[in-house]
Design a protein around this ligand. Sequence first.
Ligand SMILES: [Fe+2]
Ligand SMILES: [Fe+2]
Length: 170
Amino acid sequence: MADQMSDPRELFLHELGDVLYAERTLVSALPKLQEEASDDELRMGFEQHLEETRQHVKNVEQAFEALSEKPTAEKCPGIEGIKKEHDDFVAKESPTQDVLDSFLTGAGARTEHYEIAAYEGLVTMAEAMGEKDVVTLLNENLEQERKALEKLQTIGKRLAQEGAKQHQTA
Ligand SMILES: [Fe+2]
Ligand SMILES: [Fe+2]
């Protein structure tokens, strides 16, 4: 039997490595989403969140360093799954540009929810461990994920309303 993980700090480092992998994956995925989107507000939203995501990677790396640990990414099948869902949908459904834009707001919102869950758990653990600098770094990311989610929801709502209207009159 493999050694059992018994130290909550090890769990924390595992989860931190998981979110590091997810953030790095998003740095490479967001430019593609930006290219796919045609709605100006959505494109700009992806562009802005790409800049923020680059900083998220740095904050997570700094959190490792604040704990005197080397930043180590753990493969994150969760984010790979969200990415695959996007790729499969686009390949299989060949959506029109309007449908694709709406789809992208949903894919983005799923991603933000995933990140928010990860950071909420990490902040709770870092608080319990008394690691104030780590809490500050991770809270910065968490707040930006929440704002990004809100923005995606607003755009998603507008696109859904526009889409439904157009479809009625078509
Ligand atoms: Fe992020
Ligand atoms: Fe995000």
